[in-house]
Design a protein around this ligand. Sequence first.
Ligand code: ADP
Length: 475
Amino acid sequence: MTKILSVTSECAPLIKTGGLADVAGALPLALADLGCDMRTILPGYRAIMDRLGKTKQAAGFKDLFGGPAKLLSCCVQGLELFVLDAPHLFDRDGGIYVDATGQDWPDNPERFAALCRAAAEIAKGAAGWKPDVVHGHDWQAGLTPEYMQKLGTDVPFVFTVHNIAFHGNCAADRLDRLELDPNRFTVDHFEFWGQISALKAGLMGASKINTVSRTYAEELLTPAFGMGMDGVLHNRKSDLIGIVNGIDDATWNPATDPNIKPYTTPRGKAANKKALQKLFELGPSDGPLFVLVSRLTDQKGIDLLLEALPELLSQGGQLALLGSGDPRLEVALLEAAAQNNNVGVKIGYDEALSHKLVAGGDVILVPSRFEPCGLTQLYGLRYGTLPLVALTGGLADTVINASPAALSKGVATGVQFFPVTAAALSNAITHMHGLYRTPKTWQAMQRNAMKQQVGWEHSATAYRDIYAAVTAADG
Ligand code: ADP
């Protein structure tokens, strides 16, 4: 049985800020079904320590970047975990990456270097279980191959890029403190324009690299989307592939979802729509209810939605939105809600409410400027809530645009717009309104959407194939 150590900074259901957590939580379960022995290492943040159940100490470190640390092994909802209990790094209030004021923790380089260092120790056998492959996610896991090299461990490393926008860079004067090999502070390893880059370390140290959709894998090679790493990725192009994310079928299933009034056909959505309108203090309406659940950042195109809002409302539409992030966007959204009876906004992070939005909406909006995969459009498909998405990344790969050809062939599942501008979004909103006014077409699209395979079945096999390829190459 192939043994895989997954290295991640977040993992549902324990700790989540975005899609990475969903993937890190669901993929190991899907791979375990395919016969892999999966373990996951994640930081022992204060917020998770009392939710681990029974733990066992698997290893100890006298001094891990400034303090003692332990590796605890435990099993949470089927996930086999190593939790890095390092109170000097993780036992604090605030967010997992940022403090209470929204600033990055100044010791983030050490915090996630510690995660990587502990992963490398496991790869060497420190926890009594030695993986055949180490699989790191995003920059927080990027330094793992550097520490494996330092410890003389040649376990192959697979690296998944969930979002290239985050590099995990820090100044070169941290080399010592991070216990990195100064001889490898070069363009071929982890030096990036004079800085230490954890993301680059992962990209250069991986036997295979993947990202979370085919289109994003292609986009990453372009200056417009590569965020400065396109050159590095060009050098690794032959080892780069795209594997689209799936959704956790058990958590996101309209027939069994405990947060909603369960349903198996689009007709069952009406009761959820009514409940959602009530929750967001929106009156009844003949028009479609647009919903959006997201981090509120520039990436997500929320400003475009604000610009296109008159179009949405003037044709009888309503908007219910849940999100948190950029304070300027939060204020602008709350103002829009105050000015319009047909706009409801809740600022915050609320897992249960996110399910109610997906179930009760007619349309789920994802107007992102770039989107490596995107999960909420996949939830929308599963729940018969038609996605209106930008034509980029995973949004391009997972939604079938309601073009005349797709409609006549009966395969459309949503609407895509390009370029990613407010004007194109407005046109797409108008298109959605038109489709909504044609119930036969709308219902056919809903049925198509609900039939799409959006679980992990195909993609888990693709990951298993990567593991097989890197272990075969290694052997
Ligand atoms: P990203 O990883 O860029 O944030 P994804 O679409 O891949 O975007 O994943 C976002 C995940 O986080 C989804 O599961 C979504 O439902 C969830 N999410 C985002 N914002 C919120 C929120 N305010 N409340 C609840 N869930 C949220």
